[in-house]
Design a protein around this ligand. Structure first.
Ligand code: FAD
Length: 432
């Protein structure tokens, strides 16, 4: 057994939130051991799943606080808005914001993970152990057991082990937390839009590309630094399972995503080769017990449609670090405050993410929906910070999610009231 001092933490999971949290803690003088179930991602071959992530304001703020933002931005592509593909050659463009800085950044998850591990490991107080997953936990005693036989005692144990968290599972097994998991009957396939033969991008690079799918799924594509795109096609499971031959896939893409055939010369083969990914929403309560606490997807996995899973996970690190600093001598209080400050907001994020799925899938083509978005942007342009579209508050500011939703509802009510008054006043004015 090892690691008895007060400022010693064990982090389970060397993914995005675990690696960033290690760096936060080390900078505050903690000694940190990170245990990761998989092998070292820096040594693995380049093959494997290639999810891209959209980094937005709150994620950037959390990276900037440990001096990593510039390094991350250097490996990412700015996305200034959405390009909507509706079948024909014309793309509809919707800017993300009204100001130059209102931009998201696309980065490969694997690249970002390697960068975070590199920086955390460079700190002398951080040690990574790969290939050793958590197997059991005694939350009352603060003892964690890992594959390979390591048994570690630590005052602080952080579960950063993703949506299917073993730490959360152990807390549940001990009757200390309850979890509800929503798995929609939708899955996804990852596909690639490679660069053109001359190395240029086949479609405008600096944006998120969206194919609303017309009742047959939804596809999005994030740009990569070398002028390729990683596309993700979301579909109901029953439709995914039917698409299991070359003819079926080619016919499906030609019918519902016609321009992708030219954009993805290897699309059909990739489809048949790549596994189906699954979506999950996790709601769990409480997030902590004594010195054990959950962060990131382990506490609150959400659908990826608002692009906030990683961003909110990074924000967890920032807030947990602040709580540990405020209550340096009282760990249970720090963890309780962290949960109080975060949980109600990530619960709202789960709802927003589910709602954004419906928006992207069903509403993006609707002229009314687009007009409504335009009205929001025009009002924001005219009124500045007095009128902030929900998307702006969530992605370009770090307004807490529940506050952002409340404010958006109030703005909606104001707009409807003004419209109602206009409808009543107009005939009266015309009659005068
Ligand atoms: P993870 O990144 O999943 O890391 C968990 C780590 O724990 C892994 O390394 C895993 O191997 C390890 N682990 C698991 N079990 C154990 C164990 N027993 N012992 C030790 N280690 C263990 N978010 C955004 O902000 N923007 C986006 O645009 C976006 N797009 C997405 C698109 C898709 C298709 C998907 C699926 C997700 C997307 N996300 C996005 C969400 C984002 O990927 C997650 O929110 C983020 O990865 C969460 O980080 P994490 O560190 O909590 O979990």
């Amino acid at each position: 057994m090892s690691g008895q001092s007060d400022r010693y933490a064990v982090i389970v999971g060397a993914g995005l939130s675990g690696s960033l949290m290690a760096l936060y803690l080390a900078r505050r003088g903690w000694r940190v051991d990170v245990y990761e179930r998989r092998g070292d991602p820096r040594l693995a071959s380049a093959e494997g799943r290639s999810i891209n992530l959209g980094l937005s304001a709150r994620g950037m703020r959390a990276l900037a606080a440990v001096g990593l933002l510039d390094a991350v931005l250097a490996r990412s592509v700015p996305m200034r808005g959405r390009y909507i593909h509706t079948g024909g050659p014309e793309l509809a463009y919707q800017p993300y914001g009204t100001r130059a800085g209102e931009v998201l950044y696309s980065i490969l998850r694997a690249d970002l993970n390697r960068l975070l591990i590199d920086h955390a490991e460079a700190h002398p107080a951080v040690r990574f152990t790969f290939g050793q997953g958590l197997t059991a936990l005694e939350p009352e005693k603060g003892i964690a057991y890992f594959q390979g036989g390591a048994t570690v005692h630590a005052p602080l144990i952080i579960g950063a082990d993703g949506a299917n968290s073993a730490v959360r599972g152990q807390l549940e097994q001990h009757g200390l937390t309850t979890t509800s998991i929503t798995v929609p009957d939708w899955g996804y396939k990852e596909l690639t839009i490679p660069p053109a033969d001359d190395g240029s991008a086949r479609t405008p690079l600096e944006g998120l590309h969206v194919w609303p799918g017309g009742g047959h799924g939804l596809m999005v594509a994030h740009p990569n630094v070398e002028n390729s795109f990683t596309a993700t096609l979301f579909l109901p499971e029953r439709e995914l399972s039917r698409l299991d031959t070359r003819e079926a896939v080619a016919g499906f893409l030609a019918a519902y995503y016609p321009d992708t055939l030219a954009l993805m010369p290897d699309g059909v083969d990739e489809w048949l080769r790549h596994p189906v990914g699954h979506l999950i929403t996790v709601r769990t309560r409480p997030w902590h017990h004594k010195g054990v606490v959950l962060i990131g997807d382990a506490a609150h996995a959400v659908y990826p449609f608002y692009g906030q899973g990683m961003n909110s996970s990074f924000e967890d690190c920032l807030v947990l670090d602040q709580c540990l600093t405020r209550h340096a001598a009282d760990l249970p209080r720090a963890l309780a405050e962290y949960e109080r400050l975060r949980k109600r907001h990530t619960d709202v994020l789960a709802e927003l993410s589910e709602r954004n799925f419906v928006e992207l899938r069903d509403k993006l083509r609707s002229p009314w929906f687009r007009l409504r978005k335009q009205v929001d942007l025009v009002l924001h342009r005219l009124l500045g910070p007095v009128w902030l579209p929900l998307y702006t508050m969530v992605s370009h500011r770090a307004v807490p999610y529940a506050t952002a939703r409340l404010r958006a509802r109030l703005q909606e009510l104001t707009l409807l009231t003004l419209l109602g008054l206009a409808v009543i006043a107009l005939p009266l004015l015309l009659l005068r």
